[in-house]
Design a protein around this ligand. Structure first.
Ligand SMILES: [Zn+2]
Length: 257
């Protein structure tokens, strides 16, 4: 059993992701930002879609659901707490659930904050996680429905996955996130080095994703609320990590990079 993954741009800054098992042919789309690029990617690979795994209800993650379902007959799985806002949903899942994908265990982890029902999909044996709009390269999702405290806990759940876990995220926001991250930790050598690579990739029109838990732990300010430099930038040298995270998230919301 071998998993193959393709990632491709959708809309202005979303990513579509297809996960394919070569032995069984089972193929999942992680969210459907828009139908046409997903159907085109399937056609290009010669894959037949069997599943959609939805992370959360926002339009730029579900608006292609019905068109893709009509074209492929796939089954749509998504968070139970947002079931009424996810077009075409067939199977609801919640925190702690797990299910099989072509012999791989898929763990469902609730990550409320960006939306209240947001979930991520973790495949521990494949060392993969599809984190939607919870964590981005060098950033995290805006807190639109939940509390900053919830978002802190959710981001920490991603950061607590094994360090070699590969993370697929919903958006290419990395270059803007880099500007903010460097404003917080200008002396973080790992961040400075990563920043050079990010600028090189974007100048060449290349994606900066996927990322890894290890890369984010060393450079993403939202996973570094215990670092003295991040605490200092938040003005909370002795603050609890959750307080530091909240201050950093608020600062990002108004950052003019
Ligand atoms: Zn979203």
């Amino acid at each position: 059993m071998t998993l193959e993954i393709v990632q491709f741009p959708c809309l202005s800054d979303n990513y579509g992701v297809l996960l394919h098992d070569t032995a069984s042919g089972r193929t999942a789309s992680i969210d459907v930002p828009e139908a046409a690029p997903v159907l085109a990617a399937l056609a290009e690979k010669g894959w037949t879609l069997t599943d959609i795994f939805t992370t959360h209800h926002h339009a730029d993650h579900v608006q292609g659901n019905l068109e893709v379902k009509a074209a492929t007959g796939c089954t749509i799985t998504g968070p139970v707490d947002e079931a009424d806002r996810i077009p075409g949903i067939d199977i609801t899942v919640k925190d702690g659930d797990s299910f099989d994908f072509a012999g791989q265990t898929v763990r469902v982890i609730a990550t409320p904050g960006h939306t209240l029902g947001h979930i991520i999909y973790h495949l521990p044996d494949a060392k993969l996680a599809f984190v939607g709009d919870t964590l981005f390269a060098l950033g995290c999702g805006r807190v639109l429905e939940g509390t900053l405290e919830q978002m802190f806990d959710s981001v920490e759940k991603v950061g607590a996955l094994p360090s070699d876990t590969v993370l697929y995220c919903g958006h290419e926001y990395t270059e803007a996130n880099l500007r903010f991250a460097l404003s917080i930790e200008p002396d973080n050598a790992a961040l400075v080095t990563r920043g050079e690579e990010i600028r090189r990739l974007r100048a060449a029109g290349q994606p900066t994703l996927p990322t890894t838990v290890a890369a984010e732990r060393s450079t993403n300010p939202f996973l570094r609320s215990d670092a003295p430099s991040v605490r200092a930038a938040a003005g909370l040298p002795d603050g609890e990590p959750a307080e530091v995270f909240a201050a950093t998230r608020r600062a990002k919301d108004v950052f003019k990079g």
